[in-house]
Design a protein. Structure first.
Length: 286
């Protein structure tokens, strides 16, 4: 039912940072082939060691044929130079314009994929004294730590979301949900009675307000736990440990993984673009 491989990769790559990413090459000028048929995904976070309320993180996407010469982010370096990053699907590249004190200007292109491109993603990490402004369509975000990652995906490999389980009952599944509205205030709980349990409201597009991307525990179990394979049972152990760690440390671990998941949803769930990480049920009753 759920993208098991994806959930595992998100947890261990985004939470613990053991992911394969290629830093921006300063001497790369050749652009890759046209990538306009792919989606562009941008992830950003101000560091994995912060608590949720202190962190700046998120992700967004551009659908195919919508990201030609789009400004993604701008970095202010400690020496005074300003680098502006543009995504260009026609050339399959990230274009970087650098302006330094004294009027010196340079431009370079860094490929984002294609047969002649070694890197499949680009990442820019902040050093001491640097600041970045990420031009999220929901509003610009400024960070002084962390980094930004840019990559493309095949639309045919998008994630299928599922109806929120529970059917208006307050004990719903812990996990990552993609909602149609942004519930940034902890008191704005779409599963709670005070919010009229909006999570289960089905809109004109046929999709619920909040759709489940993956469960916090038991993704490998599927819908039939009784007949689940033995390896699925053992998979519960690391999931349980990760969930307990998130709840005790209050860091952004799975919140970041969820934020990175929703931009990968299939186009039929376009309205469900806001990530909502559900790690408790006690507040849902009220």
């Amino acid at each position: 039912m759920f993208p098991k491989a994806l959930v595992g990769c998100l947890f261990f790559s985004r939470v613990f940072g053991n992911r394969i990413s290629t830093n921006f090459a300063h001497n790369e000028t050749k652009a890759a082939s046209t990538l306009c048929s792919r989606w562009l995904v941008v992830e950003y976070n101000s560091g994995l060691d912060k608590k949720v309320e202190d962190a700046v993180f998120g992700s967004f996407r551009f659908l195919e044929n919508t990201w030609d010469n789009v400004k993604i982010f701008q970095k202010h370096e400690s020496g005074g130079c300003v680098k502006t990053y543009y995504a260009n699907c026609t050339y399959g590249a990230l274009s970087v314009t650098t302006m330094c004190p004294g009027g010196a200007t340079s431009e370079e292109s860094r490929c984002l994929g294609g047969w002649d491109c070694i890197a499949s993603s680009r990442r820019s990490d902040l050093k001491n004294g640097e600041t970045v402004a990420v031009f999220d369509p929901e509003g610009s975000r400024v960070m002084t730590a962390g980094g930004v990652k840019v990559y493309t995906i095949d639309p045919n490999k998008g994630i299928t979301l599922h109806d929120a389980p529970g059917a208006y009952t307050w004990k719903s599944e812990w996990g990552c949900y993609c909602c149609k509205h942004n519930y940034v205030n902890p008191l704005d709980n779409p599963f709670a009675m005070t919010s009229r349990r909006l999570a289960w409201h089905r809109g004109d597009d046929g999709n619920m307000e909040c759709m489940l991307a993956w469960k916090m525990i038991g993704n490998a179990m599927g819908d039939d736990p009784v007949n689940a394979p033995a390896w699925a049972v053992f998979a519960l152990i690391p999931e349980f440990v990760l969930t307990a760690a998130d709840m005790m440390t209050l860091t952004i671990g799975r919140h970041l993984a969820c934020a990175a998941t929703c931009p990968l949803r299939k186009a039929e769930f376009e309205a469900n673009k806001y990530a909502y990480t559900k790690i408790q049920t006690g507040m849902d009753k009220y």
